[in-house]
Design a protein around this ligand. Structure first.
Ligand code: NAI
Ligand code: HPV
Length: 394
């Protein structure tokens, strides 16, 4: 069987797409004919998914552009590429922190406005440069909100650049915690970050807790002259409040990957056009990662790196595998087992895992009679609690 994958939007790494095996066709059919999508930050909130679509690979980290709960309810598994672009974001954040500390935006603007000969400009430079004398980051305190793939890397590098590092992440994954330098001090309150840090950077998803975190209610708690960075998501920042707190001198410099017309001409603000994950390396990594996840899911039903379904790994050793996406309500597994028994099929293995309102069930059938497998699947069609059934032949 050939699976059709459609790349949505541009910037999907062509080299990365070569990871797909020969039984995958890329961009050969219309969107509503594809079993899999690969996308980046395109907004899918108003998108009507076709019944054929089984999986979406977000070639990046943040997935707030995809309605992941609706996708689950329509039987669509959404994957992302955790860590695939983390180094790219980290490097930009470190660069922007130093860029701001050394006043490079106004300094460069001032320099480009100079007129005259090289000699006269050299004289003006030596006289005028004191206006742009900056500060070093070594010895300063950085507060990092979110210590996942990006935040943990920023923490380790900031520490090796001589900074004192405070990290806040109430949901930190155990394996990530092991990767963070023991010199990074874990704090349990955001207010401690706001009160102590000279530099503050956020590396969390956009959630109800982080939306608007950069706003007046928190800016008033920050040190005068703080440098604030947002390379996570636009909606974390209240832009009017940033302008006010630049104006009153609380924020010395604000760097962000998410712009606004009011930001572009402000000397205290530096905006990059959502470039955090835009490197050749990150784009290759992320495309490869989601290509692997999609291929594995479509061919074997295994789920790795999904954001709306639990991880399910199970080697396929039987002639048939049936996978079901079902509502996470009581009685479904019993019904599935009953149906298997009614069709007199030997069940070699059953895996059932839930996440939120939905669950994923994988049945390995020790049965090579296709008609019996079809009869089994017949039990699950048109059931209000089962939203997707697939049969995978070894
Ligand atoms: N500017 C860009 O191009 C890019 C932006 N991003 C953004 O950065 C975010 C983080 O990316 P990764 O580090 O790769 O994700 P990740 O999932 O590895 O890490 C996120 C961390 O945030 C923590 N967290 C969640 N809610 C929190 C809260 N309320 N307070 C403190 N910590 C909290 C989690 O426990 C986790 O450790 C993404 O969700 C995305 O929005 C990611 C990649 C590129
Ligand atoms: O990975 C992320 O969360 C990003 O924000 C990067 O977005 P992009 O893939 O560059 O459209």
């Amino acid at each position: 069987m050939t699976f059709n994958i459609k790349t949505i939007g541009n910037n999907i790494d062509e080299e990365g797409l070569k990871e797909f095996g020969t039984d995958f066709a890329i961009d050969k059919v219309a969107e509503n004919e594809a079993e899999g999508f690969i996308c980046r930050a395109q907004n899918f909130h108003d998108y009507e998914f076709s019944k054929k679509l089984l999986a979406i690979g977000r070639a990046g980290a943040g997935f707030n552009n995809i309605p992941v709960e609706r996708a689950a309810s329509e039987g669509i598994v959404v994957f992302n590429a955790p860590g695939g672009n983390a180094n790219a974001v980290k490097e930009l954040v470190i660069a922007m922190m130093i860029f701001g500390s050394r006043n490079l935006k106004p300094a460069n603007k001032w320099l480009s406005d100079q007129m005259g000969t090289d000699k006269s400009i050299d004289l003006a430079v030596e006289k005028g440069k004191k206006a742009f004398a900056g500060a070093e980051i070594a010895g300063k305190t950085i507060g990092i909100i979110g210590l996942g793939n990006i935040g943990s890397r920023v923490a380790n590098d900031a520490e090796s650049l001589g900074m004192k590092v405070l990290g806040y992440d109430p949901y930190i994954a155990v394996e990530r915690a092991w990767e963070i330098s023991s010199h990074v001090q874990r704090v349990t309150s955001l207010d401690e970050i706001f009160a102590k840090a000279d530099y503050i950077t956020i590396h969390t998803p956009l959630t109800d807790e982080t939306r608007n975190m950069y706003s007046a209610v928190n800016f008033v708690k920050m040190k005068k002259g703080v440098v604030v960075l947002n390379f996570a998501r636009d909606e974390i920042t209240n832009k009017e409040d940033v302008l006010d707190f630049i104006e009153n001198g609380t924020i010395r410099y604000f760097a962000t990957d998410f712009g606004s017309e009011k930001f572009y001409h402000n000397d205290g603000i530096f905006v990059t056009p959502h470039l955090g994950g835009s490197t050749a390396e990150a784009s290759l990594n992320c495309t490869k990662m989601v290509a692997h996840s999609l291929e594995r899911y479509l061919k074997t039903g295994e789920i790795i790196n999904s954001v709306n379904f639990p991880r399910v790994r199970q080697a396929m050793l039987t002639p048939y595998r049936v996978t079901l996406i079902n509502k996470n309500v009581p009685g479904v597994v019993a019904r599935i087992s009953d149906a298997v028994a009614q069709e007199n099929i030997n069940l070699a293995n059953i895996v059932n895992r839930s996440q939120g309102d939905f669950a994923y069930t994988l049945l390995d059938l020790d049965e090579s009679d296709e008609s019996k497998v079809e009869a089994l699947v017949g039990h699950f069609k048109d059931s209000e609690n089962i939203v997707r059934v697939r049969v995978i032949k070894k």
